[in-house]
Design a protein around this ligand. Structure first.
Ligand code: NAP
Length: 324
């Protein structure tokens, strides 16, 4: 059997770098892993992407490159979010197909589900209702990514053996996260705020909302393990747990926590000893966002890293970014 050549798109990002760590930990040789930085290969450039695939001839692709951001960034740059994500996906998936790639894993997001989806959100909630308006352009691009994979599978499985799969992660955190003060997700944003409050000896940190909404978080190395697990499943097993027009698989930790609980856990990991105050005059967002990961669990994967354990590593990673 020929040796796999594995292209990890977005290998410098939080998820892409964790996938590379996971592949190396499994004994895959570094020489089998193909990477390009954004500066070396802009995935919105169709011609450059086709040339790259034609030259490098990868046999597997992990699609972890995307334009990613929090509510503020999604609201401010909706055109960038829909255009860049659609273009990157179309370019990579089509170039993969045209250059004989049979195995590809697309990474989506839990925001593909309707804002009022029944909790926990099952895979069959897709396209059953209206999306959350703040990140609708991003979510539409992600839904298109799933449907691209499914459509190539349906049209080309017999003739070309195409087998393109999709995973939908819950909120992720861990090494490689984006700690930008405005454009980051809740865990990295709170790590920064609690750290800065600790350094400044501030008596308290104020958090938007009541602290009662529930959210699910998954450590990024668990997500990477899940990604490689799904990619390596025999086709008959994947097919048995999915259907041709509903082929995506949720990946979550299985447990959700309140914002107050996650804030307390972060304060503990950071060593902030002051008060945590909740500003109930500010909006809360959806009361609960929780994925049903039973399909993934039935396929033999479970999250391993607990929230406190993961936050401790994430805080060390944040500290390392300060001295870079
Ligand atoms: N983070 C989460 O909580 C979360 C949750 C659910 C799903 N996901 C999904 O997981 C995937 C990876 O997310 P992440 O958190 O790892 O994001 P990330 O840290 O921002 O990494 C994304 C990577 O993609 C690269 N990239 C973006 N546009 C590119 C382009 N046009 N050409 C080449 N490279 C490009 C980025 O390079 P530059 O930085 O140089 O632009 C970056 O290295 C995404 O599909 C995301 O939707 C993430």
């Amino acid at each position: 059997m020929s040796v796999a050549r594995i292209y990890v798109a977005g290998h410098r990002g939080m998820v892409g770098s964790a996938i590379v760590r996971q592949l190396l930990a499994q004994g895959i040789d570094q020489s089998q892993i193909v990477t390009r930085t954004h500066a070396e290969l802009d995935l919105t450039n169709q011609l450059a992407v086709q040339l790259f695939f034609a030259q490098e001839k990868p046999t597997q692709v992990y699609m972890a490159a995307a334009k990613v951001g929090g509510i503020h960034a999604n609201n401010t740059y909706p055109a960038d979010f829909i255009y860049e994500n659609l273009t990157v996906q179309v370019n990579v998936i089509d170039a993969a197909f045209k250059n004989g790639v049979k195995k590809l894993l697309f990474l989506g997001s839990s925001c593909i589900y309707p804002r009022m989806a029944h909790q926990p959100m099952r895979e069959d909630a897709l396209l059953t209702g209206t999306l959350e308006p703040t990140n609708e352009p991003y979510a539409i691009a992600k839904i298109a990514g799933i449907k691209l994979c499914e459509s190539y599978n349906r049209q080309y499985v017999q003739s070309h053996g195409v087998d393109y799969r999709s995973v939908m992660p819950t909120n992720l955190y861990g090494p490689g996260d984006n700690y930008h003060p405005e454009n980051s997700h809740v865990i990295p944003a709170l790590i920064r705020r609690f750290h800065e409050a600790k350094v400044a000896n501030a008596p308290s940190v104020a958090i938007w909302g009541t602290g009662t909404p529930r959210r699910e978080f998954l450590y990024v190395d668990d997500m990477a393990a899940a990604s490689v697990h799904v990619m390596q499943l025999p086709k008959a097993v994947y097919d048995q747990h999915t259907s041709p027009m509903q082929s995506h698989i949720n990946v979550g930790s299985g447990a959700d926590v309140t914002i107050a609980e996650v804030a307390q856990a972060i304060a503990k990991a950071v060593g902030f000893k002051g008060q945590i105050e909740f500003d109930a005059t500010k909006p809360d967002g959806a009361p609960r966002k929780w994925m049903d990961s039973s399909r993934m669990n039935a396929l033999g994967w479970q999250a391993k890293v607990g929230l406190y354990q993961g936050l401790a590593v994430a805080y060390q990673n944040f500290l390392a970014t300060l001295i870079l």
